[in-house]
Design a protein around this ligand. Structure first.
Ligand SMILES: C[S@@+](CC[C@H](N)C(=O)[O-])C[C@H]1O[C@@H](n2cnc3c(N)ncnc32)[C@H](O)[C@@H]1O
Length: 277
């Protein structure tokens, strides 16, 4: 049995994800489009979105599978699932089913979906091998699984800068080492993903890197956005004293300066994008 996931940190940021749903979707829109293209959804198909958050990427798929098809938008945090429900309703997408589910123990029958996607979710589960095994179990033979996870920290300033400034000043996120499995960089190695997929019985594995950038207007915009949206970062920032906050911010200012552009900062991102069948 996989270790139970602690979802309290994600519950604590779910309202902020809903409030910022368009901005977050746009930050990684390239990844969403890549995922949709990777599975090539057809009218009438059933597609699972794992760790879907407020649901935007799955909504793209819902439009493609049409009223005869269905998207199962799943997440372990009930508040995220409620946000996805509201998002689907606002868009009039009656073919989206929103369900609370742990990626490591999907409450779905074997061979019950045609394809599965996950944008920026699988690196966060404590046992990604269990999650990938579950995808293998529920996706029909010949179906496609596509997901994106965060790549190497030196290519992902949007995630690494505030976390790095905190860690440099001795404030470790409560989830522990960010490079371990279950941490944001736990699946940043393409080889690790290939091993996990092969171990679960997937074939035809393709892995790419998707470059991008998160644009923020100033240091405070970055600080506020990251600490509102990233569960472990929020928990760490909230525990800082006023003095510690000033020290971490000073470190952050030094780290962020190389990424200055006209009107703000462009913080690089590079996602590892995986397709397998
Ligand atoms: C970084 S967010 C990504 C949300 C969405 N896929 C997106 O790209 O906007 C990660 C999501 O993973 C969810 N999550 C974390 N652990 C999970 C688990 N074990 N099973 C399912 N979802 C999980 C969180 O609740 C959160 O919504």
């Amino acid at each position: 049995m996989a270790e139970a996931a602690d979802i309290s940190e994600w519950e604590s940021v779910a309202d902020a994800w809903e409030a910022n749903r368009q901005r977050v979707f746009d930050f990684f829109r390239t990844a969403s489009d890549w995922l949709v293209e990777a599975i090539g959804p057809q009218p009438g198909q059933v597609v699972l979105d794992v760790a879907a958050g407020p649901g935007e990427t799955g909504f793209l798929v819902a439009e493609a599978v049409g009223p005869e098809g269905r998207v199962i938008s799943s997440d372990l945090a009930p508040t995220m699932v409620a946000a996805a429900r509201r998002g689907a309703d606002e868009r009039g997408l009656a073919n989206v089913e929103c369900r609370v589910m742990d990626a490591q123990a999907l409450d779905l029958e074997d061979d019950s979906v045609d394809a599965a996607i996950s944008r920026l979710g699988l690196m966060l589960v404590p046992d990604p091998a269990a999650a990938i095994g579950e995808l293998r179990r529920v996706v029909r033979s010949g179906g496609t699984v596509a997901y994106t996870v965060i790549g190497a920290p030196d290519q992902n300033g949007w995630m690494a800068l505030l976390m790095g400034a905190l860690m440099q000043n001795g404030h470790q996120p409560p989830t522990g080492n960010p490079f371990q499995l279950g941490g944001p960089f736990g699946l940043s190695s393409p080889d690790k993903n290939a091993d996990l997929l092969r171990g679960a019985g997937f074939v035809d594995i393709e892995i790419e890197q998707i470059p991008g950038a998160m644009t923020v207007v100033d240091v405070d915009d970055y600080w506020d956005t990251q600490s509102a949206l990233a569960g472990p970062v929020k928990a760490t920032v909230e525990r800082l004293t006023a003095h510690e906050r000033t020290t971490v911010r000073a470190t952050l200012v030094e780290m962020i300066t190389p990424f200055e552009i006209e009107g703000g900062f462009a913080l690089p991102s590079q996602l590892v994008a995986v397709r397998a069948s």
